[in-house]
Design a protein around this ligand. Sequence first.
Ligand code: ADP
Ligand code: MG
Length: 327
Amino acid sequence: TQLANQIAAGEVVERPASVIKELVENSLDAGATDIVVDIEKGGSRRMLIRDNGKGIPQEELTLALSRHATSKISSLDDLEAIMSLGFRGEALASISSVSRLRLVSRTAEQESAFSAFCEGRDMAVVVEPSAHPIGTSVDVEDLFFNTPARRKFLRTDKTEFGHIEEVVRRIALAYPNVSFRLNHNGQSVRHYPALREQADPLTRIGRIVGKRFAEEAIYLEQSYGDLKLYGWLSPPDVCRHQNDVQYFYVNDRMMRDRLLNHAVRQAYGEQLPEDRQPSFVLYFTLPARDVDVNVHPAKHEVRFHQSRQVHDFVFTTLRDALAQYAG
Ligand code: ADP
Ligand code: MG
């Protein structure tokens, strides 16, 4: 029902940036290699996401807008080994319950595109022919127009857009082969072209988090059984006061995790003054069955089944890389 969707929206949709996160993740799950995000007024007026992914078949458009409709999980086994980014089947239903949302999509098999939107108090889904290349556009207007209490919590356009930029940055760091464009009020603000084969990943990382980090960072790479860690981190002597470059990915999702943060901090040990922050872009992978990402709808937390082992692996890998750099 509409109310249940609005309640669920409270968990998933905190602000415009959370909408962007969900929609961009959907585009990636659909195999998109080109994603364009158009924002008006910090996202409160309009957010339009266009992708060149596989599209949604006409007959599935209605379902895509209903709650707990996910095409990505068909059994409990799947739930325990989540590979795709979305899996709860709530994002589109939640977002459309607190905005004016229109989906337009076309698959490669279809001659033409169809659009879908909810209308009326019972939120009946209307599907009609439309024009669109292969892929999907999701157009979200007037976020929280029907939940004024929520709308009041939105900050300035500049602040909300800043959160959107950060979401795009985080995702772009994990998908180097996808092109991302971010526009605000008709102006191009960010463009991260897809990394070409053989190209140095640091060029793109530098574009996303800053050239200075890319120039100074130490590279590391290590595996232990099924655990693999690689990435870049700042040498202790150039660590800054800011903590704005701290990106730790677990199976391609950015995580803010106490256990991992602790392992990083501990690896620097005394080399890092207490008022300084390490910068890092690290990618950790392990079998999906050894990690639980189904902890919170916003999916920032993670639970490792072997947390001690993970902690020690991350800690020793970073410590060794730093020691090698120093020596
Ligand atoms: P979830 O991502 O958890 O499955 P969502 O509510 O985010 O749930 O999306 C519902 C369904 O709509 C997805 O399972 C997918 O089948 C379809 N879908 C949503 N966005 C896209 C997209 N950009 N491209 C293709 N299919 C999409
Ligand atoms: Mg989703």
